[in-house]
Design a protein around this ligand. Structure first.
Ligand SMILES: Nc1ncnc2c1ncn2[C@@H]1O[C@H](COP(=O)(O)OP(=O)(O)OP(=O)(O)O)[C@@H](O)[C@H]1O
Ligand SMILES: [Mg+2]
Length: 315
């Protein structure tokens, strides 16, 4: 069954889930379908990848803030920095990892040994730090990509959510790690440059990995209308050229406090829990929690659940 059809039959449609004008009947349908899929959920964490076409659109901050909220809501949460060479989740969480995934790739450490914990108030957030670049630069070899997926799978079994920050762009690493997750959050901003690159990422994800269901998060918006306009612009192009369903999963406002939090080396949702940013991320987190029991696994050709499937895709 294609990923697209599985979503149609087993997952609520988030396309306009933030629109307050939704009818009650639709809400009931949504609730019923969540209840149905909850029963079918099998063991293991929900892996969520955060990716983007254009860089600097807020992926890492979204991943870190989501982790804080999921943890505050009592969910065991692991963060994985898969932004090879440019990972910065450690800075956003205010920790200094002794080792990173490169040590695992070199065989010097087990995946469990490199888990670094950040304490944010009472909330402990564990993370796997991004592999440092080696002489091949930031691109991992196919065997290394599989090893990272395998490490995430091994460590991830102890958690309910695994959040993977993939880094930006349409090169093999971010596309593969994005495709390997249960859910894919594609982040864009309202800027035409970011929308164009989001389309490029969608195209590669579909062509290389058969991903035909993507949750869009529009960040740095001036408000809901701005987010919906951005979503509409992207969807109008996708619909013409690709059989991919894009849902509007999150609308995150531009908020100066995000940058202030980064300077304090804290996730914005932790440093400013009552900010507009935190409120919007919390809404997205609640939706992810509600749906996490959905048994859906991606039907792409690689998965954190089955890493040995086929990883050579990508461009
Ligand atoms: N909603 C927002 N309002 C204001 N500033 C934001 C918002 N989201 C992100 N930023 C700022 O934008 C910058 C980029 O954010 P971040 O590092 O999370 O992006 P990224 O997509 O992970 O970047 P990269 O592609 O380099 O990994 C940071 O300075 C961050 O503070
Ligand atoms: Mg980043």
């Amino acid at each position: 069954m294609s990923r697209f059809r599985r979503y149609e039959t087993s997952k609520p449609d988030l396309r306009q889930a933030d629109d307050g004008s939704r009818h009650e009947t639709e809400h009931k349908t949504m609730t019923a379908s969540v209840a149905t899929v909850v029963k079918r959920r099998t063991a293991g964490p929900t892996t969520i990848a955060v990716t983007s076409g254009k860089g600097g659109v807020g992926k890492s901050q979204l991943a870190a803030s989501l982790a804080v909220i999921l943890r505050q809501e009592g969910r065991r949460t692991l963060m994985v920095d898969a932004d090879v060479g440019c990972g910065n989740l450690d800075i956003l969480l205010g920790v200094r990892p002794d080792n990173d995934l490169r040590a695992v790739l070199k065989g010097e450490r087990t995946p469990e040994e490199i888990v670094t914990s950040a304490m944010l108030g009472d909330a402990q957030i564990d993370m796997l730090a991004a592999p440092a670049p080696d002489r091949n630069g930031a691109e991992l070899q196919p065997a290394e990509q599989l090893a990272v997926i395998d490490a995430v799978k091994r460590v991830g079994v102890a958690y309910q959510f695994v959040l993977v920050d993939t880094g930006a762009g349409v090169s093999r690493n971010p596309m593969l790690f994005g495709a390997a997750a249960d859910r894919l959050l594609l982040v864009t901003t309202p800027e035409p440059t970011a929308i164009k690159d989001a389309y490029a990422a969608i195209k590669v994800l579909y062509q290389a990995h058969k991903i035909d269901q993507i949750d869009l998060v529009v960040n740095m918006t001036q408000g809901p209308r701005d987010a919906k306009r951005t979503y509409g612009q992207l969807v109008s192009v996708v619909e013409r050229f690709l059989p991919v369903e894009i849902r509007l999963a999150g609308m995150l406002p531009y908020d100066d406090r995000v940058m202030r939090a980064v300077r304090a080396r804290e996730p914005a949702a932790f440093a400013y829990p009552t900010s507009a940013w935190a409120h919007a991320v919390r809404k997205l987190a609640r939706r992810l929690m509600d749906e996490s029991e959905a048994a859906a696994r991606p039907s792409g050709n690689v998965s954190f659940a089955q890493p040995m499937a086929a990883a050579g895709g990508g461009r």
